[in-house]
Design a protein around this ligand. Structure first.
Ligand SMILES: Cc1ncc(C[n+]2csc(CCOP(=O)(O)OP(=O)(O)O)c2C)c(N)n1
Ligand SMILES: [Mg+2]
Length: 383
């Protein structure tokens, strides 16, 4: 294609150079470190609190078991779909643990573990994924927004809530979770911009697990790292090893404290890996090799913690067994309760959608009501 030049353009155009442009703030302190922060297996681990490491360990073991149990339930037809976070447990658990009870968590569909670690009933956390109805839990009870399926839409919600809380003088930090793919959504950019302009008390946690379904990170972005995106909005970007539970806990803890003190938002990129397929409905062998997965298995979050705890003499056979038994008890309870058929009213589908029902939804509700009544009548006549 040839670009047509306007007559007289280029050659005659000799503008006065504009005044030198200066950055309004120094970008250097906002830049992420070149390497993700690691604690486990480094000198920094010596100063990590042993009680915290043991709590993280118990929760990670429990989280892994939750993932395998929920995946098994999909195979048994008890759960429609489950996006496993196996391999990402350190991010999930640390995110829940750095928050106070009065803070808010804004999870994505993959973040069931974070919601459960924050106190949500393990069965209620699966209501949506079972296809029962809507969110399935009361978001206000534990201050956990709905597990969000539309990518990144939870982020502007988190910013709005955090900003509103600050205007009211409430001590609330919002932690919003999103995937690497979600960073390409407009909502991600709008949320970051508003958060930085308003200095809202928000922490954005990007779990870079390498893929958005089959799309690898290299096809998602050309940025030096996802954490670098923070700089363009005027907030600090932090890069952390997402499989190192102590490091994720430290970085998120610092970001939450900063937000609480009025220091504004932070973007944290946790570099991790989705070991399982996108969901039970996906076949990951079609877009990645087993070798790649093996490399990440050798950097497993539970294994990294076990190594550290064992080296420090904090984890013996008995405490390991206790953690496993507790996780098994949780899985058994989850199995039992998920195997009971839920009592559902299909009309609930129309409740809690809008304060004032739209005309279209009213029509659909009437249609469903008529179908249900006809079915009940036919069943009555057949008896
Ligand atoms: C707005 C929107 N577009 C597309 C989809 C379909 N979709 C569901 S998950 C997914 C990939 C998201 O990848 P990522 O953000 O990296 O999260 P991950 O699944 O890896 O946790 C896509 C494209 C969606 N849910 N919402
Ligand atoms: Mg991803």
């Amino acid at each position: 294609m040839t670009v047509q030049e306007l007559p007289g353009a280029a050659a005659d155009y000799r503008p006065t150079p504009p005044p030198a442009w200066q950055p309004r703030t120094d970008p250097a302190p906002l830049l992420p470190d070149p390497e993700p922060l690691r604690v486990l297996g480094t000198d920094a681990a010596a100063s990590a609190d042993s009680g915290l490491l043991l709590r993280l360990y118990a929760q990670l073991v429990r989280g892994r078991r939750y993932n395998t149990q929920a995946t098994a339930l999909t195979k048994q037809g008890r759960l429609a779909v489950y996006p496993s976070s196996t391999g990402q447990e350190a991010c999930e658990i640390a995110a829940a643990m750095v928050l106070e009870e009065h803070d808010w968590l804004f999870p994505s569909y993959r973040d069931t573990l974070a919601a459960v670690a924050r106190g949500l009933d393990p069965v209620e956390a699966l209501t949506l994924l079972r296809g029962d109805w809507h969110t399935g839990y009361d978001p206000r009870e534990h201050r956990i927004a709905p597990l969000c399926t539309p990518l990144a839409t939870q982020l502007p919600h988190a910013v709005g809530l955090a900003h509103a809380a600050r205007l009211r003088g409430d001590d609330v930090v919002a932690l919003a979770m999103v995937g690497d793919g979600g960073t390409s959504e407009g909502d991600f950019h709008e949320a970051l911009n508003f958060a930085a302009v308003w200095q809202a008390p928000v922490v954005f946690l990007v779990q870079n697990n390498g893929f958005a379904i089959s799309v690898p990170l290299a096809k998602q972005t050309a940025a030096p790292s996802l954490a670098h995106k923070a700089v363009g909005y005027g907030m600090p970007g932090r890069l952390v090893d997402g499989n190192d539970a102590a490091a994720v806990h430290q970085v998120l803890g610092e970001a939450v404290e900063r937000a609480r003190r009025g220091g504004g938002p932070t973007l944290v990129e946790a570099v991790t890996y989705r070991v399982d397929a996108h969901t039970n409905a996906d076949d990951a062998t079609r877009y990645r090799g087993e070798q790649e997965v093996e490399v990440w298995r050798a950097h497993d979050p539970i294994m990294l913690l076990e190594r550290e705890l064992t080296a420090r003499g904090l984890l013996d056979e008995e405490s390991r067994r206790t953690a496993t038994e507790e996780a098994e008890a949780m899985a058994a309870d989850l199995r039992e309760r998920m195997n009971a058929d839920p009592v559902l009213d299909p009309m609930d589908l129309f409740a809690h959608v809008y304060t004032e029902q739209t005309g279209q939804l009213r029509e659909q509700a009437a249609q469903l009501r008529a179908e249900l009544d006809a079915a009940a009548e036919a069943e009555g006549e057949a008896r």
